[in-house]
Write a protein of this length. Structure first.
Length: 240
């Protein structure tokens, strides 16, 4: 707390000094013109003006720096932002979908557009990689619906060598905190409950990206490859 106060105090002092410097430069330029000072005496004033202008420009730029975090009030806001970030990705996308209801439970056009964009991005960027952790409930309700969607999902993504999916079996009635990591740019967090949207957040700091990426890799390592899960459980077998 003391450090914050000192920083605020120093910033206030700097602003006052800049104001004084600006007044001094203005007064000096008037005096220089009135008394027709030699140009060599006006050069320091010119440098002082440049310094003051540069300081003001830097301060304006810093104030316009995008906020490192964003809160989304609705699911549409979240998925629209998600879609924009996916389209700008260049190397890798890490996502999770660990819920008790399958993706079609998000019925808004924005959510459906996100899932289409993610699949299209994977096809258009064969040199990049898309990772997804998918949760399948261990029992009903939810297990049959999720497996039905997962079967269709396997068929949709078949043949895409840069798409990687793993499965975790869930035993909780509460959805996980789902996330997406876009390159080194941002982490998006999605909180849901009982199949409905609760809250969404975007963190756009390198420290957050690195921390969540390490967490995701641990989660990924403990999950079962989708191909093995499908073979072990007969996912692609026709229903009796």
């Amino acid at each position: 707390m003391g450090l914050v106060r000192r920083m605020v105090s120093l910033q206030s002092v700097e602003q006052k000094l800049l104001l004084l410097a600006l007044l001094f430069v203005m007064g000096g330029s008037i005096v220089a013109n009135l008394f027709a000072w030699d140009v060599k005496w006006q050069i320091p004033l010119i440098y002082a003006v440049l310094y003051v202008l540069l300081s003001v420009v830097i301060e304006i730029r810093d104030r316009q720096t995008p906020t490192p975090s964003t809160h989304f009030r609705t699911s549409d806001e979240f998925f629209l932002s998600f879609t924009r970030l996916v389209r700008t990705a260049e190397r890798h996308i890490y996502t999770s979908y660990v819920r008790n209801t399958p993706p079609p439970s998000f019925r808004s056009p924005a959510a459906q557009q996100y899932f289409r964009t993610a699949a299209d991005w994977t096809r258009r960027n064969p040199g990049a990689s898309f990772h997804r952790i998918i949760g399948v409930p261990a029992q009903e309700p939810g297990r049959a619906e999720m497996r039905q969607w997962l079967r269709a999902h396997c068929e949709e993504m078949q043949g895409l060598a840069n798409y990687h999916a793993r499965v975790v079996i869930t035993n909780s009635g509460v959805d996980a905190v789902n996330l997406a990591i876009i390159d080194d740019t941002a982490v998006l967090l999605l909180l849901t409950s009982d199949g409905s949207f609760m809250s969404g957040h975007s963190l756009e700091r390198a420290e957050a990206v690195n921390s969540f990426r390490d967490y995701y890799r641990s989660w990924w390592a403990s999950a079962e490859p989708l191909e093995e899960y499908a073979q072990r459980t007969g996912l692609m077998n026709p229903d009796p």
